[in-house]
Design a protein around this ligand. Structure first.
Ligand code: HAM
Length: 413
C-alpha cells in the first residue's frame, strides 16, 4: 500500500530538518512576543466558505469536506487564518491587551494537483497579529518572515508587495476591470473568459500568452487606492526601505484568498520550480466581522514548511547525541544492561541499548555507526568494561562508577 496521492511521510531525517525550522520559528517569533496557538484540524465548513470566500479556488474545489456523522458539514482546514480568528472571537481575546500576536505550525489540506512543492497535505508556519491597524504591524510581519527565510538559508528569495485597498475600492475597480476584460474577450483564454464575473482579478495570474498580453495593459488597483489606503501603503514601504529590505512593487499580485484588505505580499524563491511561493500574507481588516466578531483589524502570513525546505541548501541539523552504548556480552547481563541505560538517561546522558541480538563485535560496530562516545560492555561478571571510543582506552569499573566517570569525562587509561 502507498500513502494517498499528494501526501508524504515525514521520515526521521526529515523530522530532524523540520525540528530545525521549528527552532528558528520559536526563536524569531518568540523574541518578537508572538505566542503559539493551535486550532483543530477540522472546522465547520462555513468558517472557510465565509472566511476564505465562496469564489476562491480553495472553497470551490479544493476542500476536503465531509459529514461529521451528525449532519454537520466539516472541512479539513485549508488554511489557518480563519480558524485563528474563530478562536480569537470564541475565547474573547479582544479583552486582552491588543494587538494579540500569535503563531502556529501544523498541517493543512487542499485538493490540488500534486507536483513538486504542492501537496494535498502540507505544513505551514503562520503568524497573525490581531487588533492593530498600524502600518508598522505589516512591516514587522514582513521583516520577521524575511528573517526566518534568511535564518533557514532559503535561496534566491524575492518579495512582491502590493496593496488591495478596501473592499469598496476593490468593488469599483472590479467593475472597471470586468469592462476592460470584456472589451478584450476575444484574446483571453477560455478559463479566464468564463470567470470574468466571478473573479476577474485572477486574470493577472494566468499563464496564457494572449491573456498576459491583455493584462499588461489592464488598469491596476494600486493606481486606484483611496487617500488613506495609499498613505498606509506608503508607510509600510517607508519602513521596509528603512530596514533595507528589497521588494518589487507588483500591482498584479493576487492572493488565492478573499479576505485581504490593504497590504498583500508574497515571498518567492527562484530556487523552486513552478510552485515558487514560499510564504505570503497580508492585512485582513474585515475578516473578523465576516465571522461575526467585533470589528478588529489584523494582519499575518503563512509559509510552507516543505517549500522552505526545498528552497534551502544544507540545513545543519544537530547530530543525535549518543553518550553511551550499552553492549551485552552475555545474555545473563540483559537486565543489568537495561538498568544501566535507564540510569544513564536519568542522569541526562543519551544512552542506547543493544536491541538486535548482535554479536559483541557487531555491537561495537553499531556503537561506532552511532558515533557513541563510550561503550559499556556488560558480561557475566559484576564489573563493567567502559570503552572510550575516541581514544580506544578501556577500563573495568564498578557498576556504580560508570555513569559518574562518563559525566566527569575522566580518562580511562
Ligand atoms: P497561502 O498563500 O494560501 O496563504 O499559503 C501560504 C503558503 O503555504 C504558501 O506560500 C506555500 O508555501 C504554502 N502552501 C500553500 N498551498 C500549498 C500546497 N498545496 N502544498 C505545499 N505548500 C503549500 C495562506 O494560507 C494564508 N492563510 C496566509 C495568511 C496568514 N494571510 C494572512 N495571515
Amino acid at each position: 500500500m502507498q500513502a494517498p496521492r499528494g501526501t508524504f511521510d515525514v521520515l526521521p531525517e526529515d523530522a530532524e530538518r523540520r525540528q530545525v525550522v521549528e527552532g528558528h520559528v520559536r526563536r524569531i517569533l518568540g523574541a518578537a512576543g508572538y505566542r503559539r496557538i493551535e486550532t483543530p484540524t477540522f472546522e465547520a465548513t462555513e468558517l472557510f466558505s465565509r472566511g476564505v470566500g465562496e469564489a476562491t479556488d480553495i472553497v470551490r474545489k479544493e476542500m476536503y469536506t465531509f459529514d461529521d456523522g451528525g449532519g454537520r458539514s466539516v472541512t479539513l482546514r485549508p488554511e489557518g487564518t480563519a480558524p485563528v480568528c474563530r478562536a480569537y472571537i470564541e475565547h474573547g481575546m479582544h479583552k486582552l491587551p491588543q494587538p494579540v500576536k500569535l503563531w502556529y505550525l501544523g498541517s493543512f489540506y487542499r485538493r490540488e494537483a500534486p507536483q513538486r512543492g504542492r501537496y494535498r497535505q502540507f505544513w505551514q508556519v503562520g503568524a497573525e497579529v490581531i487588533g492593530s491597524a498600524e502600518a508598522a504591524t505589516d512591516a514587522e510581519l514582513i521583516l520577521l518572515l524575511a528573517e526566518l527565510l534568511e535564518a533557514l538559508g532559503v535561496r534566491e528569495t524575492r518579495l512582491r508587495l502590493s496593496s488591495l485597498g478596501t473592499p469598496e475600492t476593490r468593488a469599483e475597480y472590479r467593475e472597471e476591470l470586468k469592462q476592460y476584460l470584456r472589451a478584450h474577450e476575444g484574446r483571453l483564454s477560455g478559463e479566464v473568459r468564463e470567470r470574468i464575473d466571478i473573479n476577474p482579478m485572477r486574470a493577472f495570474d494566468s499563464g496564457d500568452p494572449g491573456t498576459r498580453e491583455v493584462m499588461a495593459g489592464a488598469p491596476t488597483l494600486l493606481a486606484r487606492l483611496s487617500g488613506e489606503d495609499a498613505e498606509h501603503f506608503a508607510q509600510v514601504r517607508a519602513m521596509l526601505d528603512d530596514a533595507d529590505l528589497r521588494y518589487e512593487l507588483d500591482p498584479t499580485l493576487v492572493r488565492g484568498l478573499d479576505y485581504y484588505t490593504r497590504t498583500v505580499f508574497e515571498f518567492t524563491s527562484d530556487a523552486l520550480g513552478a510552485q515558487s511561493g514560499v510564504g505570503g500574507g497580508g492585512r485582513y481588516d474585515r475578516l473578523m466581522e465576516q465571522l461575526e466578531g467585533p470589528p478588529t483589524p489584523a494582519s499575518g502570513w503563512a509559509a510552507g514548511i516543505e517549500r522552505m525546505l526545498l528552497a534551502t541548501g544544507e540545513l545543519p541539523t544537530a547530530p543525535d547525541l549518543v553518550d553511551l552504548y550499552v553492549a551485552i556480552a552475555d545474555q545473563s547481563a540483559a537486565r543489568r544492561a537495561f538498568e544501566l541505560a535507564r540510569d544513564a538517561r536519568r542522569a541526562g546522558l543519551g544512552a542506547q541499548l543493544e536491541l538486535a541480538g548482535r554479536s559483541l563485535k557487531g555491537q561495537l560496530k553499531q556503537a561506532g555507526r552511532l558515533r557513541s562516545r563510550y561503550v559499556a560492555i556488560i558480561g557475566a561478571e559484576s564489573e563493567i568494561s567502559l570503552k572510550d571510543m575516541e581514544s580506544g582506552d578501556q577500563r573495568k569499573l564498578h557498576p556504580a562508577a560508570v555513569i559518574p566517570t562518563i559525566l566527569r569525562g575522566s580518562r580511562l587509561s
